[in-house]
Design a protein around this ligand. Structure first.
Ligand code: E4P
Length: 214
């Protein structure tokens, strides 16, 4: 299972990369705004650090505008994946991107039918937002299972990128279901390594070590 980091913060990307946890990066307009930097500056700096897929989102909502932004972003670096919203105009743009060899990450997916359409349009990745579904009392991980089943039934090539991950439980379930990728915020990536018994055990070992004649 691949881990992408869901952030535009360079320090977080560097730290998680040093831990071997970054197969790729996802950004969105909110994360770029949080960085308080210019979009392309951040994007290019991320691409200096990470050679795997780096998702950069378009803000146009019509096919022509999406395609203009997609071609512009794809030209910047080979590893840039263009993030396109799951709307009818977005699907048209994704189909053309696929024909032109531009990789896409179809975002804001909240239903299995949306995911099926993204795959039929030729998306490289589809991003179902599990946390946001949980937030409205739906079951985000049940959606992941539905999409994986549908894609496996028809051997669709689009990779399921579990997004809007809120806690380690989402990552465990995604891995057990065989999702291709999870994009995980830095805080949750750090939580994945933690266990209170590890901390207790280490403290005990270090304390006992003091009793060993040096
Ligand atoms: C990633 O591609 C998504 O934009 C992101 O995971 C959304 O997460 P959020 O629901 O925590 O904003």
């Amino acid at each position: 299972m691949k881990f992408f980091i869901d952030t535009a913060e360079i320090a977080e990307i560097r730290e998680a990369s040093a831990q071997g946890l970054v197969d790729g990066v996802t950004t969105n307009p909110t994360l770029i705004a949080t960085s308080k930097r210019k979009f392309k500056d951040v994007l290019l700096e991320i691409c200096e650090i990470v050679k795997g897929p780096v998702s950069a989102e378009v803000v146009s909502t019509d096919c022509e505008g999406i395609l203009r932004e997609a071609r512009d972003l794809a030209k910047l670096r080979d590893n840039i994946v263009v993030k396109v919203p799951l709307i009818a105009e977005g699907l048209k743009a994704v189909k053309t991107c696929a024909e032109e060899g531009i990789k896409t990450n179809v975002t804001l997916c909240f239903s299995p039918t949306q995911a099926l359409l993204a795959a039929k349009a030729g998306a490289t990745y589809v991003s179902p937002f599990v946390g946001r579904l949980d937030d409205v009392s739906e079951n985000g991980m049940a959606l992941i299972q539905q999409i994986l089943t549908i894609y496996r039934n028809y051997e669709l090539k689009t990779q399921v990128l579990v997004a809007s991950v809120r806690h380690p439980g989402h990552v465990v379930e995604a891995a057990m279901m065989g999702a291709h990728v999870a994009t995980v915020p830095f805080k949750v990536l750090q939580q994945l390594a933690k266990h209170p018994l590890t901390d207790l055990g280490l403290a005990r070992f270090l304390e006992d070590w003091k009793k060993v004649p040096q």
